[in-house]
Design a protein around this ligand. Structure first.
Ligand code: GLC
Length: 747
């Protein structure tokens, strides 16, 4: 028997070395599965974190290496660098069948070069740049031995109390689908098998962003119609983009934890959508079904998860400890194990790890990607594009403060983020020992662009989040001595991200008090707001003339911000999420239903759907963002007032003119409203956008094509349908636009 087995293994290995490109990965996986013991199969479904880093509650065993050598560990996460990955892979290759491990990591917005947090990048509305950002991240991560990133996070989020809103693409499903595809295309590049391509992972499946109260890990409860209409499409878009893997979510959905939710994982993902990759659980989510009260014990949890389509167990050990018994007890059919193993092996084959388990362990490539100037240059560019200009009111002189001249100025830089380093990375960045020295601070960025005729003053003013006002005096002194003040405030980088829900979105600590004191000096103020999520800063909006939302922009943050402040780049960012006036207004999002008693305006309180103590609109709406120049969008025309369901398409055109004093870009957005439906329909839905550059004084016409497919929605039977009737079309520079046209969808 042993001799026969050795011959089979030898043939298999030969096939891999010489024949892989001809052998279908499925056939190869099947032939390997036939050789595997049940223990070896279960090993492929087991994922551990390294003992060096952790992104969850770390559970250490000192015998991990023994388990790897026994073929009981199919994957590891948080192993960084070619040296460490090679060491562990060498141990895995000592297993009986020499099955390589895959190494995964949260490469969410950059790896060695950190880019803006994903919500900030989305504010660029620049899909090509978003894809390029992921492409660079993948190239760097792969050079450091990573096969797999746990990204993109594609969770639609309408609640900024939820800390992970920073990690996705905001509140809109249409934009979320496009960004998901861009990020997956970036990560997977020309396809698995290329040494600069990593497996992407659409997460967190599903509806994790709809946690009640915006409290992380909390329950999600919604109609299947809403789930299919709003939260699932970005995941479907991920499958259409050929995403290699999915990660499920911690939350229960309508009473069933996602990890054991057959409806989403089997019926929809692997059924309707025909997803061929594999699903990894989120960190410990299988074992957490005990706390959910959905599993009696880890045996029960393992059974429910594997049957529901969770293929790989991240860090809970439920599969390792129970699957063999479950098969022997007849509770789980071996075919279910084999299906999960096959999905995982196919990805390892596609990554060509059987041909060469160490192909991602190339020290030369790692060195090349350690300080890549081109990558930093791009980080600076996408950082500029992610900044949103919220206000830039003209001063008494008639002109706004921004852009600032770099000459003949005394500029006071004040605030806890002016000289911050690592903070610019935001949450979910990969830490390297020399980060502090590599990151361009706001101080450095501004200083580097200041003319020698100018003077720079600095005061921290206050800490991010305490009651210490001892720095106020010095800050006020600097402010009084300056021509203009750049005040950099916000939340700490670890106040958004996983397990970072906030009930209060105001500026933390005494920052607003500092702002008010500085304001009393009556000097011009430019406010920079650093955050991973929408904050609430009403006093600032009501009093400060110029406000830039600078998010967390990564390695080149200071240069990106300085480029915008001094006008080297004219800001064009648009908010990918509504900014509430108060926490009490949440959830507030642009594509809401009209209700039977819509407020007729901002202040209508007369027996309408409104708060009696607050205006009816958000502080800043979805799609909003200013420029140093002005754009006039006019003359909306439709190619017809009818669109036929069967073969039609409608063209909408507008004229746009740059009527201001600066060249710049505008994101022209197209929204649709279905006036009457078999279910109520949103007052607006984003269905198209174009980002256009116009020189000052330049005009252009833009065309948008609308097809019946753009108008489909889920009816109350969860059928994705078109419905004839009257529609409105809006085109403008934010979701607030009222430039409108009408058409009918006809049979
Ligand atoms: C975390 C996150 C998930 C991440 C995983 C591995 O808990 O929820 O997004 O990919 O664990 O770090």
């Amino acid at each position: 028997m042993k001799k026969t087995l050795q011959i089979i293994i030898a043939i298999f290995i030969c096939l891999n070395i010489f024949g892989q490109k001809k052998i279908n990965p499925e056939v190869q996986a099947d032939s390997l599965i036939r050789l595997m013991t049940l223990d070896e199969k279960i090993g492929q479904l087991n994922q551990y974190t390294s003992d060096w880093e952790a992104t969850g509650k770390i559970t250490t065993e000192n015998d991990k290496e023994i388990q790897i050598r026994q073929g009981k560990v199919g994957s590891m996460l948080n192993v960084i660098g070619t040296e460490k990955t090679r060491k562990l892979q060498e141990i895995a290759m000592q297993s009986r069948l020499h099955i390589p491990m895959i190494f995964g990591l949260d490469v969410i917005h950059g790896f060695r070069t950190t880019f803006p947090v994903p919500l900030a990048e989305t504010a660029s509305w620049d899909l090509a740049s978003i894809e390029k950002s992921a492409r660079i991240a993948a190239t760097e991560a792969a050079a450091f031995g990573e096969h797999w990133t746990f990204a993109p996070m594609v969770d639609i989020a309408r609640d900024p109390r939820w800390g992970r809103v920073m990690e996705g693409a905001g509140e809109d499903t249409y934009l979320g689908c496009l960004v998901a595809k861009a990020r997956i295309n970036g990560f997977q590049g020309k396809g698995l098998g290329n040494v600069d391509a990593v497996m992407a992972c659409a997460k967190h499946f599903a509806a994790y962003g709809a946690a009640i109260g915006g409290r992380d890990y909390n329950s999600v409860d919604m109609s299947l119609r809403q789930l299919n209409e709003t939260y699932l499409p970005p995941f479907k878009a991920a499958v259409e983009a050929n995403v290699a893997t999915f990660m499920n979510s911690f939350n229960d959905i309508n009473g069933i934890p996602a990890t054991a939710n057959k409806y989403i994982q089997r019926d929809i993902l692997k059924g309707q959508w025909n997803f061929k990759g594999f699903v990894v659980s989120d960190w410990g989510s299988i074992g957490e079904m005990i706390a959910h009260g959905y599993a009696k014990n880890s045996y029960d949890a393992a059974m429910k998860a594997i049957i529901a389509g969770s293929d790989m167990d991240m860090e809970s050990r439920c599969y390792r400890d129970n699957l063999k018994q479950l098969v022997q007890d007849g509770k789980v059919d071996i075919s279910i194990i084999d299906e999960a193993v096959k999905r995982i092996l196919i990805k390892k084959i596609e990554l060509r790890l059987f041909q060469d388990p160490y192909r991602f362990c190339n020290l030369e490539r790692e060195k090349q990607q350690t300080n890549n100037a081109e990558n930093r240059k791009f980080a600076r560019e996408i950082g500029e594009k992610s900044i949103v200009l919220l206000k830039n009111d003209p001063q008494t002189s008639g002109t706004p403060i921004l852009p600032l001249s770099s000459k003949n100025k005394t500029i006071a830089l004040i605030g806890p983020f002016i000289k911050a380093t690592i903070a610019n990375h935001g949450f979910w960045s990969i830490a390297f020992p020399d980060d502090s020295a590599r990151i361009i601070t706001q101080y450095q960025g501004i200083k580097s662009q200041l003319d020698k005729s100018s003077t720079l003053l600095y005061s921290m003013g206050c800490n991010v989040n305490d009651n210490n006002k001892t720095g106020f005096e010095d800050a006020i002194k600097m402010a009084k001595a300056a021509d203009v003040i750049i005040l950099s405030l916000g939340e700490a980088p670890n106040m958004s991200g996983e397990a970072k829900s906030r009930s209060n979105l105001q500026l933390p600590g005494v920052q607003e008090e500092l702002l008010k004191e500085i304001y009393k000096t009556e000097k011009p103020i430019v406010l920079l707001l650093n955050a991973g999520r929408p904050l609430i800063f009403n006093w600032a909006v009501d009093h400060v003339p110029s406000i830039l939302y600078t998010w967390w922009l990564g390695t080149e943050a200071g240069n990106s911000i300085a480029d915008v402040i001094f006008g080297k780049y004219n800001p064009a960012g648009k908010l990918p999420i509504s900014f509430p006036r108060t926490e009490g207004q949440i959830p507030i999002y642009y594509n809401h239903f009209n209700t039977g008693r819509p407020a007729k305006d901002e202040n209508d309180k007369n027996y309408v759907s409104a708060y009696i103590d607050l205006q009816n609109s958000p502080r800043f709406p979805f799609g909003y963002g200013l420029s140093y120049t002005d754009f006039n969008i006019s003359n909306l025309k439709l190619s017809s007032d009818q669109l036929s369901i069967n073969e039609g398409k409608l063209t909408a055109t507008i004229d746009i003119k740059n009527t201001g004093n600066y060249d710049g870009e505008e994101v022209v957005q197209l929204y649709i409203r279905d006036l009457v439906g078999c279910v109520v329909r949103p007052v607006k839905e984003l269905k198209g956008f174009q980002k256009i550059f116009l020189r000052k004084g330049e005009s252009k016409s833009l065309s948008f094509t609308i097809t019946p497919a753009d108008l489909k929605f889920y009816n109350d039977q969860i059928k994705y349908i078109n419905e004839t009737g009257d529609y409105e079309i809006f085109i403008g520079n934010s979701s607030n636009t009222n430039l409108k046209g009408n058409f009918k969808l006809t049979l």
